[in-house]
Design a protein around this ligand. Sequence first.
Ligand code: ATP
Ligand code: MG
Length: 361
Amino acid sequence: MENFIVSARKYRPQEFDTVVGQSHVTDTLEHAIENNQLAQALLFCGPRGVGKTTCARILARKINEKDGSVSEDGFAYNIYELDAASNNSVDDIRELIDQVRFAPQVGQYKVYIIDEVHMLSSNAFNAFLKTLEEPPAHAIFILATTEKHKIIPTILSRCQIYDFKRITIEDIQDHLRKIAEKEDVKYEDDALYLIAQKADGALRDALSIFDRLTTFTQKNITLAKAAEVLNILDYDQYLNIADLAKANDIPGVLSAFNEIVKKGFDPHIFIAGLGNHFRDLMMAQNPSTLNLIEVGEKTKEKFALQSKNWSPQELIDAIEICNHADINYKNSKNPKLTVEIALMQLSSLSVKGLDSKKKSS
Ligand SMILES: Nc1ncnc2c1ncn2[C@@H]1O[C@H](COP(=O)(O)OP(=O)(O)OP(=O)(O)O)[C@@H](O)[C@H]1O
Ligand SMILES: [Mg+2]
């Protein structure tokens, strides 16, 4: 059987220009290499799974390739990776400092990647300080961390700092499309959007969700399946509830809600999500706010269509009702009832509208 390689490893970029969404970092690094302005100590900061280790490795290879003499295996010897999460003692750092003194046998530079550097003990940090301040000419240090605030100022001030960003939903979605095509995975575009959204800026997370769904759906990722696996309420459920509420169908709304709870969804998350749905409908009413909705394109069209049935005032009331239930949920002795009351109010909104019109006429 062919070994399965997870996508995060299989598609780790080998070049700066295939790194997604970090051009502010990769361009700067590329220029620094070209102009020989690269510092000897660099600090890569940013959230999990956005390309820090990846860029450290590309950089390490580039600077050794630059002098042209290094073969594929040659450079591998010049890159040292230390995971500070599991090697955080002062002895680990001393061992590293001892190695640093010797010039490389091939290539010009020895590159030390110290991952999760915030995990070093304070003694280890201090032992490291001197080397970082006056490293031998052949040594380059790339420190990576998700927690910049835990790095002591004396280290920070000795490093050139690169801030990595969370990757946008669109960039992640686009990346997933390319991989799906390479892997012959069929997909609904909105399903990839949902994955990207769930990944919360981390490309690694997006890839691992993608792998899970690829297996689960036997290479046919639909929005419904993605929502099921990610335990997210399908947009269609909210669309349905909103339609029922608009039709003043109280029994219909209550049974739909009951079905959702039976499937194991938390009523609190449900009502907050419904509030967000009405917020999205509000945004969908106007082209200038349409792009403030974080859903895929097809879903956006559905929202725009549904939003036509609601008046702006009704939507404001609906958002308020949901928000009220959301706030009171935790303090209620019967939180499920709190949600049900909100649903009944939502289903009476347009009736109320009629009442007040009658009164005023
Ligand atoms: N910007 C990116 N462009 C392309 N692929 C990426 C990017 N960021 C992450 N990935 C994918 O995710 C995997 C993990 O990325 P990487 O190890 O570089 O993350 P990291 O920022 O070092 O995360 P951590 O803080 O958890 O160490 C990579 O192998 C790659 O497949
Ligand atoms: Mg890393």
